[in-house]
Design a protein around this ligand. Structure first.
Ligand code: HEC
Length: 98
């Protein structure tokens, strides 16, 4: 079971994440998005370019590790979300990858 979980995590490209928590849950990520991210990036993830970038195709520009780094540390006008747990950040990244 653990082996399956770890290879699933590796397939998702998030090899930096230890498999200590349950797998990524895009539905949970969508809820977190509507609380923390919607104000700037918009309900349909279209953002308000160029100030607030659209996140609809962010997985084409950034890999999962870079997306998680951005959420954790912010940058530019984006505030850091260091209060989110690794699980929550994984869920958000899974939602954005959809
Ligand atoms: C206060 C407004 C604001 C909030 C809230 C916000 N962001 Fe951002 N976000 C930005 C801005 C502005 C940028 C562009 C930053 C830059 O130029 O580096 C950005 C960039 C990003 C990027 C990189 C996009 C790219 O194409 O490089 C990701 C991923 C992202 N945000 C995800 C999130 C997530 C997930 C949340 C919720 C946890 C969130 N953001 C909340 C303003 C915000």
């Amino acid at each position: 079971m653990k082996v399956i979980l770890m290879s699933a995590v590796a397939l998702c490209g998030s090899m930096l994440a230890p498999a200590a928590w349950s797998k990524e849950d895009p539905a949970a990520g969508e809820k977190l998005y509507s609380v923390h991210c919607v104000a700037c990036h918009g309900a349909s993830r279209a953002g308000v370019p160029p100030t607030f970038p659209a996140l609809t195709d962010v997985s084409k520009r950034l890999d999962a590790a870079q997306i998680k780094e951005k959420i954790r540390k912010g940058g530019g006008l984006m505030p850091p979300f260091a209060q989110l747990s690794p699980q929550e950040i994984d869920d958000l990244a899974a939602y954005l990858a959809k």
